[in-house]
Write a new protein. Structure first.
Length: 261
C-alpha cells in the first residue's frame, strides 16, 4: 500500500485566472505610481519642513533648551519616495518576484505588501505629522516605530491564519490596531491644540485617517469571511485599490496645499 500527502490547501479565490488579472493590475499600478512620482518631482517647489531636536542640557527637571534644527525634509522628494516604493512593489509582484508573490497568495500571504507598507505608509504618516506640527525627532522616531509595528502585525495575522485552518485568531489584528492608534492620537492632540491650521492640513488628516482605517477594515472583512471578502484574491485587489487611492490622495492634497510652483 502507498500513501500520499494531502495537498496544502490554497487560499480561496486564488485561481490561475485571478492571478493573471492581479498581474495586469500590478503592472498598471506600477505605471500609475511612477507617472505620479515623476509629475510631483517635475511640478513641485523646493518646499521643505525642518525636523528639530531638543536635547537635555542638565539634570532631570532642568529647563529644556528651545528646539534646534536638525535637517530639512524636502516634501516633493518624500512624496515621490512613497509613490516610488509602491511602484517597485507592484513591479516586483508582476515580474521578478511574480513566482514568490503568487505562491504566497496561494498560502494567504503577501509579504511584499507588508514590507512595502511598513516603509511607504510610515513615510506617509511622518509627512502628516510634519504638516501637523510634530517635528521633534524623538516623537517622529516613536511614531514611525508604532506605525511600522502595526503593519507587521498585519503580516503576522496572515501567517497565523493559513488556508485550511480549523479556527481563526484575530489577536495579531487587534494588537496591531492598538499600536497603530498611537500615531493618530498624537496627531489629534496636535491638531486640537493648534491655534490655527490650514484647511488642507485638516483635510489630509481626515482623508488619510479614513484610508488607513479602510486597510484595517479590509483585513477584518477577509478574516471574518464577509461577502466577497471570503475570497482572499478579492481582498488582495482591494488592497491594491486602497493603496493607489491613499497614496494619490496624500500626494495631490499636499501638492495642492503647499507644493504648487
Amino acid at each position: 500500500m502507498s500513501s500520499t500527502t494531502p495537498a496544502t490547501p490554497s487560499a480561496r479565490g486564488v485561481t490561475a485566472e485571478r492571478l493573471t488579472n492581479l498581474r495586469r493590475w500590478n503592472l498598471a499600478l506600477t505605471v500609475l505610481h511612477l507617472v505620479q512620482a515623476a509629475a510631483i518631482v517635475v511640478l513641485a517647489t523646493d518646499f521643505a519642513i525642518t525636523v528639530t531636536s531638543s536635547f537635555p542640557a542638565g539634570p532631570p527637571g532642568s529647563d529644556v533648551p528651545p528646539p534646534e534644527a536638525l535637517f530639512d525634509v524636502p516634501i516633493g522628494a518624500a512624496i515621490a519616495a512613497f509613490l516610488g516604493l509602491a511602484a517597485l512593489d507592484h513591479l516586483l509582484n508582476a515580474t521578478l518576484g511574480r513566482g514568490l508573490y503568487e505562491r504566497d497568495l496561494h498560502r494567504g500571504i503577501n509579504r511584499f505588501r507588508w514590507v512595502e507598507y511598513s516603509l511607504s505608509a510610515t513615510l506617509m504618516i511622518l509627512l502628516i505629522c510634519l504638516y501637523s506640527g510634530i517635528t521633534g525627532v524623538a516623537a517622529l522616531i516613536a511614531i514611525a516605530g508604532a506605525n511600522g509595528g502595526m503593519i507587521l502585525f498585519g503580516w503576522l495575522q496572515e501567517v497565523m491564519n493559513p488556508p485550511g485552518r480549523e479556527s481563526t485568531t484575530m489577536l495579531p489584528f487587534w494588537f496591531g490596531s492598538l499600536i497603530g492608534a498611537a500615531p493618530w492620537v498624537a496627531l489629534s492632540v496636535n491638531l486640537i491644540g493648534a491655534e490655527e491650521l490650514p484647511g488642507f492640513v485638516i483635510g489630509i488628516f481626515v482623508s488619510l485617517f479614513v484610508f488607513f482605517m479602510s486597510f484595517g477594515l479590509n483585513q477584518w472583512l477577509q478574516y471574518r469571511g464577509i461577502g466577497p471578502w471570503g475570497d482572499y484574491a478579492y481582498g488582495e485587489k482591494a488592497y491594491l485599490v486602497l493603496s493607489l487611492a491613499a497614496k494619490s490622495a496624500l500626494a495631490w492634497q499636499i501638492f495642492a496645499g503647499s507644493l504648487v510652483g
